[in-house]
Design a protein around this ligand. Structure first.
Ligand code: AR6
Length: 169
């Protein structure tokens, strides 16, 4: 299997990949946005497993099973609440890079990311997209033989265009 990066418009809860990434908060106990959608589609067992994880720091990631979702695993990552400081970018980068590390540790070869921090957490979408792509491309470059299929998921056509502009220039 080759390394690959793809961009798409989709509801991440419908994707049949090894793992979908959740834009969670530090409690890992659910919330709104994509987090709410993932918990609703996975069913109550997901929350039960999350309760045992003891939360998660910003920029870090933890893995659970995916229960009623078509994916096999959910990787919960906590994006930064946007403040405009340089720390935001480092933390967002580490959400993507660290989720890919955790995926590889679990023999995951296909993964889908939402636009972490670009909803309630207020990260400007173009800046966030640039960091997301940089983190994924760097990880793939540093793990050339692994065979990871990365799907970057936009929730709207408009958000998809942000990635398109970034990649096509
Ligand atoms: N599929 C794909 N992308 C989605 C979906 C979906 N079903 N639903 C929303 N998005 P947000 P954050 C996109 O607010 O900014 C939660 O309450 C959405 O358009 O979900 O990291 C958590 O518990 C946006 O681009 O996450 C935290 O408290 C992106 O997902 C907090 O929100 C992220 O938006 C995290 O905030």
């Amino acid at each position: 299997m080759k390394n690959e990066i793809k961009f798409m418009v989709a509801d991440i809860t419908t994707l049949e990949v090894d793992a979908i990434v959740n834009a969670a908060n530090k409690s890992l106990l659910g919330g709104g946005g994509v987090d709410g959608a993932i918990h609703a589609a996975a069913g109550p067992e997901l929350l039960e497993e999350c309760k045992k994880l003891g939360g998660c720091e910003t920029g870090h990631s933890k893995i659970t099973k995916a229960y009623d979702l078509p994916a096999k695993y959910v990787i919960h990552t906590v994006g930064p609440i946007y403040t405009g400081s340089s720390r935001d970018a480092a933390e967002l980068y580490s959400c993507y890079y660290g989720s890919l590390d955790l995926a590889a540790e679990n023999d995951i070869h296909s993964i889908a990311f939402p636009g972490i921090s670009t909803g309630v957490y207020g990260y400007p979408k173009a800046e966030a997209a640039q960091i997301a792509v940089k983190a994924v491309v760097n990880w793939l470059d540093e793990h050339k033989e692994y065979g990871m299929q990365v799907n970057i998921v936009a929730y709207s056509k408009e958000d998809y265009k942000v990635y398109e502009k970034l990649v096509r220039g």
